[in-house]
Design a protein around this ligand. Sequence first.
Ligand code: F6P
Length: 319
Amino acid sequence: MKKIGVLTSGGDAPGMNAAIRAVVRKAIFNNIEVYGIKNGFQGLIEGNIEKMDIGSVGDIIQRGGTILHSARCKEFKTDEGQNKGIEQMKKHGIEGLIVIGGDGSFRGAVKLTEKGYPCIGIPGTIDNDIAGTDFTIGFDTALNTVIEAIDKVRDTASSHERTFIIEVMGRNAGDLALWAGLADGAESILIPEKKDELHDVVERLKRGQERGKKHSIIVLAEGVDNGFNYAEKIKETADLETRVTVLGHLQRGGSPTASDRVLASRLGAEAVDLLLDGKAGKIAGIQNNQLVNHDISEILQKKHTIDLNMYQLSKELSI
Ligand code: F6P
């Protein structure tokens, strides 16, 4: 293999730039040419492709977002879209592709691999919702962003003796909410994997108030409900006033943490090694701090699981 491509796809995540840098530098180290594809699979279809060199990834390891830009591309779900992408790969002589993104992006990678164009996936999403890896690139940074935000909300919650609902991202996964809630000592953590009944949440709030607790933090994963709906439900059930903070897209930005930069560097380099070893349709991941790889199609069928011991711990520590 002499020429490979790299793209970022789906929701961006801090650390994607560090992964791009690792892919480009590791490939060049092995005398392989690298082509950067802009705007994910959309850019592949449109031929938005440029050769990268060592300098194109200088000064990016510390930057959030993705220098290759990202997109969610409906057209690439179709045979026609995939074939247009393959035409562009042929035109540029690209023999293998590294796809940095989440599960939607990996479906595209599987299709290309099935059509004879080997792809390797690198999990990059703040949601941490990919099976076969303990962590995805961007999760640690987003977690730290959420914690910083909750700490700030707690200051005002404490001053005004209020209950706050903090809605965090994660799509259908509760990892961000669970880790942030545990790290922040939240009074309640609501995650899709373990639905707390509303009356339990209310009971917990009331018990706290009876013990003299003056403020409370409820961390709500977006996969459970919308923060404002949930506030309304608490109001209707228990006549309790709450305030709602929706953290939104600020969770996707910011300079990646050391942990995300290191993870991205390791996975980026590993993805190149996998391609050069003749592997195809694999996802590079990390389990028990060891680099691993799995078939993407297998991973897409597995459900990412959350550590329910952590959930139990959060309950025990926030009595
Ligand atoms: O997958 C990352 C993510 O930020 C999810 O947590 C969230 O549900 C979604 O993307 C938001 O997508 P968009 O940026 O397209 O609104």
